[in-house]
Write a protein that binds this ligand. Structure first.
Ligand SMILES: [Zn+2]
Length: 62
């Protein structure tokens, strides 16, 4: 998968069982369905405020 901003190849990275794509310059990308899955997991498993806050720096665009 290429970054939608710079078109460079991104690194696939698994975060708590959710596959994401990471651009060194533009951060973590994931689609809307994945965002909902992560939010659901956070609610069910209680990952902590720090992780939920870090989600705001993620990008969604696929
Ligand atoms: Zn990029």
């Amino acid at each position: 998968m290429e970054c939608p901003v710079c078109n460079k190849r991104m690194e696939a990275r698994e975060i708590r069982g959710i596959m994401t794509d990471v651009c060194n310059e533009h951060g973590i990308w994931l689609d809307r369905g994945e965002l909902e899955k992560i939010m659901e997991k956070i609610k069910q498993e209680g990952w902590g405020d720090g992780f939920a806050e870090s989600l705001s720096s993620w990008r969604y665009g696929f």
